[in-house]
Design a binder for this molecule. Structure first.
Ligand SMILES: [Fe+2]
Length: 266
């Protein structure tokens, strides 16, 4: 299965975000998808789909995504507004509590799309109601490998935004580890590509398409960079997964196979 990941698009109806035009960035992502993986089975927007939860932001987002022919799943992030997102996209799947959570069972794996947003707060949330849904889905998956997609990491990464990760994630960890079938967590929110493991669970994050977090570990305050801006190309095959990052800003020229001309051209 081939899945395209778009993270932290922070779309607006035209205004800049920290000096960056998020529409132009998303258009670059869509062009890259059309060029590199037009046959992808699925596209996942990893949350912070818009900058300020506005209706016109979501409408601009849908307009940008129009060229994509594959199904699209949307996660909710802290910059999203769940009610407005559902107003613009009423067809999105919800759990019994009204949260934007859904599952997708394929021949070889189960994909779970979690809602970690908490209205009016930046901090991530995975409350009892959401956990009940997750427990059921993990049980239903049985022996099939499960891949989880969620906006907020349930752990810290050493950056300034650690304060806004999923609060009280112990119960989430207990549920996931008890199920024993979760293979990997795919995350947004960090605006930085990283990977690691957390209590035996492996995970990856992405830069996303808007601004990036500069590399500065705590106690540094936030500093942002205009790039990289990446899309993720995720290849899933049962127990095997590979995530390729592709920078869409195109700043690195292709080089000859021999590599001979690199030094000569500097
Ligand atoms: Fe974000």
């Amino acid at each position: 299965m081939k899945i395209v990941l778009l993270a932290d698009t922070h779309l607006t109806a035209g205004s800049l975000v920290r000096g960056i035009d998020p529409i132009a960035r998303l258009n670059l992502c869509v062009a890259a998808i059309q060029k590199l993986v037009p046959d992808a089975d699925l596209c996942v927007l990893m949350g912070d789909n818009v900058e300020n939860g506005s209706e016109d932001g979501y409408r601009a987002l849908l307009e940008c995504l129009k060229p994509l022919k594959m199904p699209i799943r949307f996660l909710a992030g802290n910059h999203d507004d769940r009610n407005t997102l559902l107003k613009v996209m009423p067809e999105l799947d919800r759990d019994q509590g009204g949260y934007i959570q859904s599952s997708l069972e394929t021949k070889r794996e189960v994909l779970l799309f979690l809602d970690t947003a908490k209205s009016g707060e930046n901090v991530g949330d995975y409350c009892e109601e959401k956990l009940t849904w997750l427990k059921e889905k993990l049980k239903d998956a049985g022996q099939k490998p499960v891949y989880i997609f969620m906006h907020h990491p349930p752990f810290k990464t050493g950056f300034w935004n650690d304060h806004s990760m999923v609060r009280d994630a112990a119960e989430f960890l207990a549920v996931v580890t008890a199920a024993g079938n979760v293979r990997h967590l795919f995350l947004g929110h960090t605006h930085r590509a990283s990977s690691g493991s957390w209590n035996g669970l492996t995970w990856t994050t992405m830069h996303g398409s808007c601004y990036a977090n500069d590399f500065e570990l705590l106690p540094a305050k936030p500093n942002y960079r205009a790039g990289p801006a990446d899309i993720g190309i995720l290849l899933l095959n049962g127990n095997e997964s590979v995530l390729h990052y592709q920078d869409v800003l195109g700043i690195h020229p292709l080089i000859e196979y021999s590599g001979k001309s690199i030094r000569e051209s500097q």
